[in-house]
Ligand binder design. Structure first.
Ligand SMILES: Cc1cc2nc3c(=O)[nH]c(=O)nc-3n(C[C@H](O)[C@H](O)[C@H](O)COP(=O)(O)OP(=O)(O)OC[C@H]3O[C@@H](n4cnc5c(N)ncnc54)[C@H](O)[C@@H]3O)c2cc1C
Length: 473
């Protein structure tokens, strides 16, 4: 399809859920959009890979939202392909599997009454302390200790968090844990397990989730099918420059198959990683903005998917592995999410390694990674070596914005600069540098689209907030 250089055209950078949801909403309002995606496939982090009859996400993606309108939106998109999947996760601690989230009875049986008493005593002491000594938590370590006590931090949280982020818990900003477990504390977790129904409103604790029959990528596939009916969605096209003057984006330069082109549009929605956006601005932003962007890191992900000649290996949704002597952090078996994800009589395990580009995991050969993964799964008693007949390695850059203590000030410097631009929106997880799940990413895309629709066409006269607070659906 030819590039659309119409001026009354919204350029959407990135075809993940944020970009595609924005595109679909603008499309429904009869606005022209052009979506530009660097990858050969659409869907971003929420895509599903197909391989010889197997399908798997880049780490299992469950859809949960507290927003009933968005829930209906996704159900309508998926129609009959919308499954409700029970969640039964486990965490491997000290060679034993515990329910995850923790159930007190399970923990008492697993750890024994002495350790459990120590956890409870420590938690109650911490709660009493928090009442009298008011210090605002800064790091993940501070936050978890204040909500769960020191013993729980040591047992449950420290090793897993350090595996995910690759840095000490005192350097991880508390906002990640706070957003991830949304106000949960040991007290609430106990109440939830003792009083049926209590705590269901916390997404962290929900026992069922929505999942598409053919993998999470079906959401993006449905969105893109609607957008493509009247708008171009370019894949394999990388954004390299945003040319601007007078705090207005004039054009976006892209590269595809070794050729560079310039696209014009009235408005730009960027869902590409915030530091990538800042580095692409021409002229370059002020030095302090560039410096702030250089301080925002990301954590990458590598998955090893093993094809297994057995109908089923586990019954779980996820298995979390904090143990330091095991190099991966999480396992899921897609057939437990939807039976359509593997050929009949066979199954597969997706094993997640949290890593950083250029480190020893990222740079390991596919053969080494496959062998290491099989060795550990055999030792854990999950598979027999002979069961595995194929494997796929996937390397995913920028999987997690890295929330190092101090990141919010760097974000603020960047937002303050971007807020001057009259026709630029940022949306999505990497686009806003927030710990967004799929529902937040979709809502951010919707909010950007709503603003553009409300402001009329083209949206050049309006000062558009790009801050995270702009997303409040
Ligand atoms: C392992 C893992 C598990 C997760 N599990 C869950 C879960 O269970 N539930 C849940 O709700 N959420 C989950 N998430 C989060 C979820 O994946 C994200 O919130 C969501 O997919 C973000 O969508 P997005 O559009 O904001 O960003 P992305 O999906 O990152 O999309 C951004 C797009 O921009 C493209 N891009 C980047 N640079 C350029 C460039 N220069 N030019 C053009 N295009 C570019 C990228 O290729 C990408 O397609 C998980 C994430 C990970 C990593």
């Amino acid at each position: 399809m030819p590039l659309d250089n119409s001026v009354d055209n919204v350029l959407i950078l990135g075809a993940g859920l944020a970009g595609l949801t924005a595109a679909r909403e603008l499309n429904r309002a009869n606005r022209l959009v052009t979506v530009i995606e660097a990858d050969e496939k659409i869907g971003g982090l929420a895509r599903t890979i197909e391989y010889k009859g197997f399908r798997f996400d880049l780490g299992g993606h469950r859809f949960v939202t507290n927003n009933p309108d968005l829930d209906s939106y996704v159900r309508n998109l998926l129609g009959e392909d919308c499954l409700s999947v029970p969640r039964t996760s486990k965490i491997l601690l000290r060679n034993r599997y515990f329910d995850y989230p923790l159930r007190p009875l399970n923990a008492i049986c697993g750890f024994g009454p002495v350790m459990t008493a120590s956890i409870l005593f420590d938690y109650l002491r911490q709660r009493a302390r928090v009442r009298f000594i008011k210090t605002a938590p800064v790091s993940l370590q501070d936050w978890v200790i204040s909500h769960f006590g020191r013993t729980m931090f040591d047992i449950f949280f420290r090793d897993y968090s350090e595996k995910v982020w690759g840095i000490d818990c005192q350097r991880i900003d508390m906002s990640w844990m706070e957003q991830r477990i949304q106000g949960l504390s040991l007290g609430k977790a106990i109440k939830k397990s003792l009083l049926p129904g209590h705590g269901q409103q916390l997404a962290t604790l929900t026992s069922c989730f929505l999942y598409p029959r053919l993998g999470i990528g079906q959401i993006a596939d449905q969105l893109v099918a609607q957008v493509r009916q009247s708008n171009p969605v370019h894949t394999g096209m990388r954004v390299i420059k945003l040319n601007h003057s007078g705090f207005q984006i004039n054009s976006v330069e892209v590269e595809q198959d070794g050729y560079r082109r310039v696209l014009n549009g009235s408005t730009v929605i960027s869902t590409i990683p915030l530091p990538v956006l800042i580095r692409a601005m021409r002229p370059s932003p002020p030095a302090e903005v560039l410096a702030a962007a250089s301080q925002l890191g990301s954590r990458d992900l590598l998955t090893v998917t093993l094809m297994i000649d057995r109908p089923r290996v586990t019954t779980h949704t996820w298995i979390y592995i904090p143990e330091k002597n095991i190099p991966f952090g999480r396992i899921h078996e897609p057939s437990n999410w939807s039976a359509c994800l593997a050929p009949e009589g066979q199954t597969h395990l997706v094993v997640e390694y949290f890593c950083s580009r250029g480190d020893s995991i990222w740079d390991s050969s596919d053969e080494t990674l496959t062998k290491t993964t099989i060795d550990h799964l055999v030792t854990l008693g999950l598979i027999n070596r002979d069961d595995v007949f194929d494997s796929v390695i996937t390397r995913i850059a920028n999987a997690y914005p890295l929330f190092e203590v101090g990141y919010s000030e760097h974000c603020r410097t960047i937002y303050d600069y971007l807020e001057n631009f009259r026709n630029l929106y940022t949306a999505g997880r990497g686009g806003m540098f927030r710990y967004y799940n799929m529902d937040h990413a979709m809502m951010a895309g919707m909010d950007a689209a709503d603003d553009i629709i409300r402001c009329g066409s083209p949206a050049l006269e309006t000062v558009v907030p790009v801050s995270a607070e702009a997303v409040g659906r």
